[in-house]
Design a protein around this ligand. Structure first.
Ligand SMILES: CCCCC/C=C\C/C=C\C/C=C\C/C=C\CCCC(=O)SCCNC(=O)CCNC(=O)[C@H](O)C(C)(C)COP(=O)(O)OP(=O)(O)OC[C@H]1O[C@@H](n2cnc3c(N)ncnc32)[C@H](O)[C@@H]1OP(=O)(O)O
Length: 196
């Protein structure tokens, strides 16, 4: 059985799968924004039942699944808003994120829980790449400075600030133009040898 000490195995991505994962995100946005009548609900429900049936036929274990392992923004992990990286060094990553309708908390604002989810993923990826050994989130702190709007392209900065022994410190920000929406920081602890 593989574990996190092994590099993720390269996977063969079937043609069209990345587009399918993107459609799945759109499906969640459209579902959240819809107010279907009874007929539309019945039709949609039947189509989703068919979709579940098709996908369940290829159910596999964690080490062989495609979701979360695609070489595209968001990695095909449709739970997490995709981080579109534009520039990256060993210590700083810059790009954009757009929280779709599925991440609505209320009154146009992104749900407060979606923001730490985004940073855990963005920090987690950065703490575990650039030939770094594996580390897990030990803590995550989020300051909501201003409302983060849905359906808006937002600038993201993620920094690998410093490393002290097994502890890695990351910080990040989300900006809406000139407006600072979020500041976040996280501690990642390198796993002890043999820990999974
Ligand atoms: C899932 C792993 C990531 C795998 C990534 C793989 C491939 C990467 C490539 C691409 C992937 C792309 C994206 C990845 C996306 C997401 C990754 C998200 C990562 C996660 O989402 S992961 C799930 C949530 N995460 C947990 O499920 C952790 C549960 N927990 C534990 O597993 C242990 O708790 C652990 C390991 C954290 C520490 O345990 P331990 O026994 O190894 O170490 P120990 O306790 O001795 O602490 C050593 C020093 O850290 C200090 N310290 C510890 N905890 C602290 C805290 N909370 N606050 C302040 N300081 C703390 C101590 O005070 C001491 O400090 P000092 O040395 O100075 O005394």
């Amino acid at each position: 059985m593989p574990n996190w000490w092994d590099k993720p195995a390269p996977v063969v991505i079937p043609e069209g799968y990345a587009e399918f994962a993107e459609q799945f995100r759109i499906l969640q946005d459209v579902m959240t924004a819809a107010a279907p009548d009874a007929d539309q609900t019945r039709t949609a429900s039947q189509l989703v039942a068919e979709l579940i049936d098709v996908l369940a036929q290829s159910a596999t274990d964690e080490w062989s699944q495609l979701s979360g392992r695609l070489p595209v923004p968001g990695r095909g992990q449709t739970l997490v808003p995709a981080f579109h990286i534009e520039t990256e060094t060993e210590t700083e990553s810059r790009g954009t994120v757009r929280f779709g309708r599925q991440f609505l908390g209320g009154n146009g604002a992104v749900h407060g829980g979606a923001i730490p989810l985004f940073f855990d993923d963005a920090f987690g990826r950065f703490a575990n790449t650039h030939d770094r050994t594996l580390a897990r989130t030990a803590n995550l702190h989020v300051d909501y400075r201003n409302v983060t709007p849905i359906d808006t392209d937002l600038a993201v900065i993620v920094r690998f600030d410093r490393e002290e022994g097994r502890k890695r410190y990351l910080t990040g920000e989300i900006w809406n133009g000139e407006c600072l929406c979020v500041e976040a920081s996280g501690l990642f602890v390198v796993l002890k040898p043999g820990a999974a």
